[in-house]
Design a protein around this ligand. Structure first.
Ligand code: ASP
Ligand code: MG
Length: 420
């Protein structure tokens, strides 16, 4: 007996015709001895519509008080979770129509449990006791993504894009051979194909690389779903829902490093324009200052990324440069201003027109000269590097945002990633 979890996103189930097509894709995966569970998103645009309704009912945009926090989040979850529930019934019907035995499972029926952090809940426990034997008996299960129930049975949602995480959590609970995520792209690419025409679809990518790619701006999979897949060792395949059912559709397999025989030095180039650079000049140089600065930033919910510290010209002073998401930049500056007395900073500068470009690859763990290739390729295009950060499998540079595309193309070529 084997089990497979399939997940379809909002555009794949965007209307009744597309749902009928999804039913055919599911039917094509059926074979004796294989149990199938399908996780679905809300029809495209539906979650946004429901969010709007919930906010309207809570008083947003009107006069007077508006509900927020605890008084809002639990009922918000009830409203927005409805989108996926509708899709489960529609897909179960579409499957039955083509002769496939199927039923929907709402999360309380499984149960698929989460903590009680409404609107951003985390999966705590998924039971396979009822749904497992049911799919093994040949009945396809259709499960709403993006939601769960608390210990008390209240509905929760996992945060936007959460259906990927639902699918991986269900696959882990069922001990599925794989979790197939059907979406509107046919796999994970070496870089953004809109920027580099010669970008290639990857056959395989390791969890670690996918995590870096996802958090660096490649939006194919929700980052949390990759973290979960990594922790539970669930192989995840990303593939297109627009290929004819039964036609070749290899997609990209996200799997453990050990399953990748030929480890690329660099597997992909990622970029993010949503960056700002904050420079603090003449900061006092004694123990506790960095803790003070970054403690304050954390309290203000500023998500700090790269950090560079260097000695300043004056004795007893240092300069600190850090990056954060662009929208956090004004708050970061205010926060530092507010702590000026304790931090002793002389000047604060913000630059918002910067971008981060990164090269990612598990092969770089055991390879020298990877950074040199990167810096040389950028230098050859006359692109200045403003900050550098590295991890075992990644090198990121901060550059002028105007050169983002040029840099991505140059690096894609320099590391031999261009399609023939
Ligand atoms: N429908 C939800 C959203 O739009 C969850 C998902 O599709 O992953 O965020
Ligand atoms: Mg999605």
């Amino acid at each position: 007996m084997s089990r497979l979890v399939m997940k379809f996103g909002g555009t794949s189930v965007g209307d009744v015709d597309r749902i009928a097509r999804v039913a055919r894709i599911v039917a094509a995966e059926m074979k004796p001895g294989r149990g199938i569970a399908v996780v679905v998103s809300a029809m495209s645009g539906e979650t946004d519509r429901l969010v709007g309704l919930a906010r309207g009912a809570a008083g947003e945009g009107g006069n007077g008080d508006r509900l927020s926090g605890k008084a809002f989040d639990d009922e918000y979850d009830v409203v927005v979770s409805a989108g996926e529930q509708v899709t489960t019934g529609l897909l179960a019907l579409a499957l039955r129509r083509i002769g496939v035995d199927a039923r929907s499972w709402q999360n309380w029926q499984i149960p698929f449990k989460t903590d009680a952090a409404h609107a951003k809940a985390r999966v705590s426990d998924v039971s396979k006791e009822l749904i497992g034997p049911s799919i093994d008996s040949g009945v396809v299960a259709v499960v709403p993504g993006f939601q769960g129930v608390t210990e008390e049975g209240r509905i929760t949602t996992l945060g936007r894009g959460g259906s990927d995480t639902s699918a991986v959590a269900l696959a882990a609970a069922l001990g599925a051979e794989r979790c197939d995520i059907y979406t509107d792209v046919d796999g994970v690419y070496t870089t953004d194909p809109r920027i580099v025409a010669k970008a290639r679809r990857l056959e395989k990518i390791s969890y670690e690389e996918m995590l870096e790619m996802a958090s660096l701006g490649a939006k194919v999979l929700q980052t949390r779903s990759v973290e979960l897949a990594f922790a539970k060792r669930v192989p995840v395949r990303v593939l297109s829902s627009f290929v004819e059912p039964g036609a070749p559709n290899p997609g990209t397999l996200v799997c453990s490093e050990e399953e990748i025989v030929e480890k690329q030095v660099v597997s992909g180039v990622a970029y993010s324009r949503d960056e700002a650079k904050v420079t603090l000049l003449g900061v006092e140089d004694h123990p506790g200052v960095a803790a003070e600065i970054f403690g304050r930033l954390a309290d203000a919910n500023v998500n700090v990324d790269m950090i560079v510290q260097s000695e300043a010209r004056q004795e007893g002073r240092q300069n600190i440069v850090f990056t954060c998401p662009d929208r956090d930049a004004p708050r970061a500056a205010e926060t530092i201003e507010g702590g000026k007395g304790k931090i002793g900073v002389e000047e604060i500068h913000i630059r918002r027109d910067v971008a981060k470009v990164s090269v990612i690859g598990i092969g770089m763990k055991s390879q020298v000269g990877v950074a040199r290739t990167m810096f040389a390729a950028l230098a050859q295009k006359g692109i200045n590097i403003e900050a550098i950060a590295t991890s075992e499998i990644k090198i990121s540079v901060l550059i002028d945002a105007a050169y983002t595309e040029l840099a991505v193309r140059a690096l894609h070529t320099a590391y031999g990633l261009d399609a023939a």
